[in-house]
Design a protein around this ligand. Sequence first.
Ligand code: FBP
Length: 343
Amino acid sequence: MMVLAEAMSSQAVDFGITLTQHVLRKQHLHPDARGQFTRLMAQIGVVGKLITAQVRRAGLIELWGETGDMNVQGEHVQKLDRIANDTFIEVLRRSGCVAAMASEEEDEVIEVAADRAGDYIVCFDPLDGSSNIDVNVSIGTIFAIYRRTQPDRVVPEDILRPGREQVAAGYIVYGSSTALVYSDGHTVDCFTLDPSCGEYFLTGENLRMPEKTTMLSINESNEPYWPSWTKPWVDSIKARNDPQRRRISSRHIGSLVSDFHRNLLKGGVYLYPADSNNGRGKLRVLYECNPLAFIAEVAGGAATDGTRRILDIVPTGLHERTGLVVGSKTEVAGVADFIARHG
Ligand code: FBP
C-alpha cells in the first residue's frame, strides 16, 4: 500500500520550482538573510499578478485611455499607469519589508510608516511602455532593490546612489504570458506565471546574454536628433548584412522591458541615445536603466550611456534621465569605442 501511495504521490506532485522556493533555496548565498528579502520578492510577485489581472481585462473594464492628469515626467498618465503605481505602492507598504520607495509616476519619495517599515528601498517603473498599453502590445514593470543605509531614518542617499549598490533587480513582462525575471546579483532567473494556479514557476535559470548580436533595437525615426556618432554606428551594424547572409535584424517594440527581454534571450543591442530632442536622454536612471543594467551585467552583458558604466552613475535627482546602450559586453564596448573615435 505504501509503495502505491508513494507512486501515486510522486506522479500527482510533478511540478516545477516556484518563485518563493527558488528565493528560499538561494538564501544560503546571503549570510545575513533573515527572510525579509524572500517576503519582498513574494510580494513583488503579488504585484505582478494583480497588474496582470488588470492588463488582461483592461479593454473589458474600460481601463484603456488616459486619466487626464500629467505626471512628473510631463507625460499623460494612462489609467493603467495609475492602477499599476497605486498597486505597487500599497503592496509594498503592507509588506513590512520596505522603508521607502520611489516611483516613475511619483514626484517625491514615499516613506513607509516606522511601524511597518523594513530594511529595503525599492525604485520602480510601475508600467513601462505606456505608448503600447491601449494597443495590446506587451508592457512591463521594472524594479530595483537596495538595502537602506540607516537603521532608523530614510536619507536622500538611500535613493540617489549608484546602481552598483542594488542588491537585486528585475522586471515583469505582461505579454503572451506573464514572465518575472530577477537577479540577486548571482544569477538571472526567469519565472512564468501559471494562471491556472496563480503561481510563478522557474522557466529559465541562470540566463546568459548571448555574445552574438542578432537584433538591433533603436527608434530610427529619431535619426534627425541623433548625436553625430549614432548614424555611422547604426550603419556599421547594418553593414554586417551582406547579399550572402542576413546576420542582424531590427525590432523596436517601444516597450523597453520587452525589447530588453528579447535581447536577453536571443542576443541583441538596445540603444536610446541622449539626443537633441530629449536632451539628456529619455530613459530614467533609477527606474529603467539601473535595474536593466544590473541584470545585463549579471547575465554577462553590459550597459553604458556611451561614456560611463550605467551602474556608476550617481543620480542627482529622482527623475534623472540618461542615454542608454545595453547588450552584449563586446557590442557595448564597441559602441563606447565608436563614440570615443567619432565623438
Ligand atoms: P515609459 O513608457 O515608462 O514612459 O518608458 C519609456 C519608453 O516607453 C520605453 O519603454 C521605450 O523603449 C521608449 O520609451 C520608447 O520611446 P519612443 O516611443 O520614443 O521610441
